[in-house]
Design a protein around this ligand. Structure first.
Ligand code: G3P
Ligand code: CA
Length: 268
């Protein structure tokens, strides 16, 4: 009988492009979403925050300085906090040149623009609520926007995970929309896992904080939706570390170099 031919996958570890494929394009821009897509990576991670006039945008730091030219454009506006700028002002900024001349003029995306691009590319979104304590009500607002864009429809829900370092924020998301898959960013003590499992489906720790025993302890607790808690670990940018954490049993690896990680897992 004929043997099945073609590529074989020896693992079930999801590869997530951290802030997009951020080793190859400026983090948290549409170019970084597309860079992941070009590599055939379907999961992207981003960070969501809020402008002074209440618009949701995608950026990691709570200030605009590192990833835009804000200090040139608005020299008198130190300390350049996102929450001190309107969307109109933020749209004037260049969020690409700091990374490289090829990306000059790349904009800071709104969450809506970002989700549209992820949808157009048929990708999936690991959405982080970043520093939510600075933005009261951002959980409800984000869910409202996700719903309006169809991301909470039954057939799309599998394409979305909402995570945060703030347990309060993850708990709020779960309370408002118990149907949305959630993750807690951090490494809770094993004894505390059942408490986190009341509102999370994932525990997402730094790879520097885990070993096989910890991953197995997490995976033995049922999460908010009755399935074993998953572990997506970050930020792994080299093949040997990826193979090592995959061997510990993690479900996902969040990486700036998703091609390197996928290839290493495929070859393992
Ligand atoms: O998704 C995990 C990772 O993004 C958490 O750290 O600082 O890159 O948001 P950070
Ligand atoms: Ca993040």
């Amino acid at each position: 009988t004929a043997q099945a031919t073609g590529p074989t996958t020896h693992h079930h570890t999801v590869t997530v492009a951290h802030r997009g494929a951020s080793a190859y394009a400026p983090e948290n821009t549409l170019a970084a979403v597309d860079a992941a897509d070009d590599l055939g990576i379907d999961w992207v991670e981003n960070d969501v925050q809020r402008t002074r006039d209440g618009e949701l945008i995608v950026m990691h730091d709570t200030t605009l300085s590192r990833t835009t030219d804000v200090e040139q454009v608005f020299p008198d506006r130190a300390p350049w906090k996102i929450s001190d700028f309107t969307l109109d002002e933020i749209e004037k900024l260049d969020a690409g040149s700091w990374f490289g001349p090829d990306f000059q003029g790349e904009a800071v995306p709104t969450l809506e623009e970002y989700m549209d691009r992820v949808s157009d590319n048929h990708q999936k979104l690991l959405l982080e609520l970043k520093a939510p304590e600075l933005y009261p009500g951002i959980e409800r607002q984000t869910l409202r926007e996700l719903r309006r864009e169809g991301w909470l429809d039954h057939r799309h829900k599998r394409r979305l995970i909402v995570q945060s370092f703030s347990a309060d924020s993850v708990r709020t998301v779960h309370r408002l929309r118990p149907d949305v898959k959630t993750g807690f960013l951090g490494t809770p003590a094993v004894a505390d896992l059942p408490e986190y499992a009341e509102f999370s489906d994932q525990i997402n720790p730094s790879y520097t904080t885990i070993d096989a025993g910890y991953v197995s302890a997490v995976r033995s607790v049922d999460g908010a939706h009755g399935k074993p808690l998953e572990v997506y670990t970050w930020t792994v940018n080299d093949g040997p570390t990826a193979v090592s954490v995959a061997g510990m049993g993690v479900n996902g690896i969040i990486t700036n170099k998703p091609d390197v990680i996928r290839d290493a897992l495929d070859d393992a």
